[in-house]
Design a protein around this ligand. Structure first.
Ligand SMILES: CC(C)(COP(=O)(O)OP(=O)(O)OC[C@H]1O[C@@H](n2cnc3c(N)ncnc32)[C@H](O)[C@@H]1OP(=O)(O)O)[C@@H](O)C(=O)NCCC(=O)NCCS
Length: 245
């Protein structure tokens, strides 16, 4: 099914249905301290870089969020997702001209996942980047097919199938769309919490010091009972797309 994809800036009427779209993020991912700097400013500052996908009946079934930022020509940073959001918001607040653009998130409504919509949103995001004059779209990709928290991202990200495409389905979408896997962003996002918070978010006991395997986390969460805190450091994978723009 071909989606109708619009920039939020052109369709302010879609703001509410966009935020109302159900999503499938695990609870702990909603508590990272940086995301709000982007999501809290979408309408006021980044509406040109947010795309909303509608199905034939006009229902919002997918969203693609990106942010322009100042890279200063630096190589892709270790703190991928956090970096682009902080840099993107700061450059916007200071009125600086961004020289790069990054994906922040692509989400498909849970009941439409697995129906091939994600690549349409990704390609539309890349075309939008080109329209705004960017030659590249970079993406700190969350390889959500990674189920073995113990395996380092540095091996998982580069595992391929017999056809040469990545084992991870989401990385596969990026590569099939023409993206190049550049490197791992080892500390792309960090979620610190008290043990009480982590128990709330996961339903797990968090009662011993050491690594804890949390469902749908890409790496172990490190629990420190003596100090009463636990920290998740999420590795992502930098993918670079030429936009043709
Ligand atoms: C990641 C996401 C955007 C993919 O979107 P999608 O429209 O469901 O994906 P598609 O239908 O295009 O499928 C993409 C690939 O994943 C595979 N796939 C889809 N659902 C799958 C599942 N449940 N298990 C394993 N593979 C799956 C598909 O087979 C396809 O691979 P292939 O074309 O090589 O066969 C979507 O699952 C999602 O919104 N997830 C939650 C948010 C998220 O994690 N976003 C990514 C980080 S920002």
């Amino acid at each position: 099914m071909a989606l109708t994809i619009s920039a939020l800036a052109d369709r302010p009427d879609l703001v509410e249905p966009m935020w109302d779209m159900p999503n499938s993020w695990p609870e702990f991912m909603r508590h990272d301290p940086i995301g709000g700097l982007f999501y809290g400013n979408v309408e006021s500052r980044f509406a040109d870089y947010v795309l909303v996908g509608q199905d034939d009946s006009g229902e919002v079934v997918g969203c693609a969020y990106s942010i322009p930022y100042v890279s200063d020509g630096e190589e892709l940073p270790d703190n991928g997702w956090d970096f682009v959001i902080r840099s993107g918001l700061l450059s916007n607040l200071r009125g600086e001209t961004p020289d790069a653009i990054s994906a922040v998130e692509i989400a498909v409504r849970p009941d439409r996942q697995g129906t091939g919509l994600s690549s349409q949103l990704l390609i539309a995001m890349r075309e939008n980047a080109a329209r705004h004059g960017f030659a590249e779209l970079v993406a700190p990709v969350r390889p959500n097919g990674k189920t073995d928290a113990a395996e380092p991202m540095s091996t998982y990200a580069f595992r391929t199938r017999a056809d040469g495409l990545p084992v991870d389905p989401w990385l596969r979408v990026h590569v099939r769309a023409g993206g190049r896997i550049a490197k791992v962003a080892p500390r792309s996002m960090c979620v610190p919490g008290t043990l009480e918070e982590w128990r709330d978010w996961t339903g797990l006991p968090f009662d011993h010091t050491g690594p804890v395997v949390v469902p749908r986390a890409l790496a172990p969460v490190h629990c420190d009972v003596e100090h009463g805190v636990a920290t998740y450091v999420e590795p992502n994978v930098w993918v670079v797309h030429r936009t043709g723009g």
